[in-house]
Design a binder for this molecule. Structure first.
Ligand code: IPM
Ligand code: MG
Length: 352
């Protein structure tokens, strides 16, 4: 089959890891008899440099018109000026919103061979297999009002944590449907003891939970959840939460997997292309050195094949190849080895 994929390599290590992920996709395409047509576009800091905008209308339109979008990473010190009128991160948020990808799936699995790469005690990490579903187009990132002004002679900054019922409902329904194919357990994370938005969140979670009697629902406050991720992560399965809570908890959860470089993500909406990106950032400190771990991006292509292109066997072939590569001891610097980005991808490709 033929598919159109838009590539947004972005900034920092983004282009290095996306190059390797595309090599993996091409091998899968030839093995399974597909053809992938790529359109590469600038997004993030590189797009600010070239076009004066982190996400141009043309790039967004290209993303909306394809089957799936693969993104590397955006941002870097060059664009960190707090007074700048555009930022690389704004482009990413506008892209998520423009694609309507309200659910960000971030699976966190601990490979047995990487247990020693995590600072946590090995016995805590046995059997960890969590799927965090982060609400991605609402909450504190997008609520209105937002901005800065001067009030009563004092400088003021405002962000708003806002949710409509339908925004909570759709991500919660997705959480329950994904939980049905896993351990039939949903952990809904909120701050209902303080936040009104969390009380609506909890109310809707409870209602949807009552429509799924076969799935266990528990509510956990976000502060408790952050502690349990470290003290008893094996106890969690599907975790669904607000945008900012999910951002924070998934960085924390990445420590379980040994390195942020290992973790993929898929951002999905009701229809249209999904957006696939590793959860790590642009890592400016190692950019251009060819040593970044490409696995988060390569596993993101597996999610792309599964969710947007409905190519399950192809997705599994990548995941198995990555598993075997790790089992065989291949390591980039972040997980205690010396392989380059390209060498790691070569190892994965040779096991496909
Ligand atoms: C992430 C990142 C982004 C976010 C940044 C780069 C805007 O941290 O994808 O987790 O906060 O969503
Ligand atoms: Mg983050």
């Amino acid at each position: 089959m033929n598919f159109k994929i838009t590539l947004l390599p972005g900034d920092g290590i983004g282009p290095e890891i996306v190059t390797e992920a595309v090599r993996v996709l091409d091998v899968v395409a030839s093995k399974f008899g597909h053809s992938f047509a790529y359109t590469e576009r600038l997004m993030g800091g590189c797009s600010i440099d070239k076009f004066g905008s982190s996400l141009t209308d043309e790039t967004l339109a290209d993303c909306q018109a394809c089957d799936a979008v693969l993104l590397g990473a955006v941002g870097g010190p060059k664009w960190d000026d707090p007074n700048a009128k555009d930022r690389p991160e704004r482009g990413l948020l506008a892209l998520r919103k423009g694609l309507g990808v309200f659910a960000n799936l971030r699976p966190v699995k601990v490979h047995p061979a990487l247990i020693d790469s995590s600072p946590l005690k090995p016995e805590k990490l046995q059997g960890v297999d969590i799927l965090v579903i982060r609400e991605l187009t609402g909450g504190l990132y997008f609520g209105w009002p937002k901005g800065r002004d001067v009030k009563d002679g004092r400088e003021r900054a405002v962000d708003t944590l806002e949710y409509y019922d339908y925004e909570i409902r759709r991500v919660m329904e997705l959480a329950f449907s994904l939980a049905a194919g896993r351990k039939k357990k949903v952990t809904s994370v909120d701050k209902a003891n303080v936040l009104e938005s969390s009380r609506l969140w909890r109310q809707i979670a409870t209602k949807i939970g009552s429509q799924h009697p076969d799935i266990a629902l528990e509510h956990v406050l976000v502060d408790t959840a952050s502690m349990r991720l470290i003290t008893g992560p094996a106890w969690m399965d599907v975790v669904v939460t607000e945008n900012m809570f999910g951002d924070i908890l998934t960085d924390e959860a990445s420590v379980l997997a040994g390195s942020m470089g290992m973790l993929p993500s898929a951002s999905l909406g009701d229809k249209g292309p999904g957006l696939y990106e590793p959860i790590h950032g642009s890592a400016p400190d190692i950019a251009g050195k060819g040593i970044a771990n490409p696995i988060g991006t390569i596993l993101s292509t597996a999610m792309l094949l599964r969710h947007s292109l409905k190519l399950e066997a192809e997705a599994v072939s990548i995941e198995n190849a990555v598993d075997q590569t790790i089992t065989d001891g291949c390591r980039t610097g972040d997980i205690g080895g010396k392989l380059s980005t390209k060498q790691m991808a070569d190892e994965i490709i040779s096991r496909l």
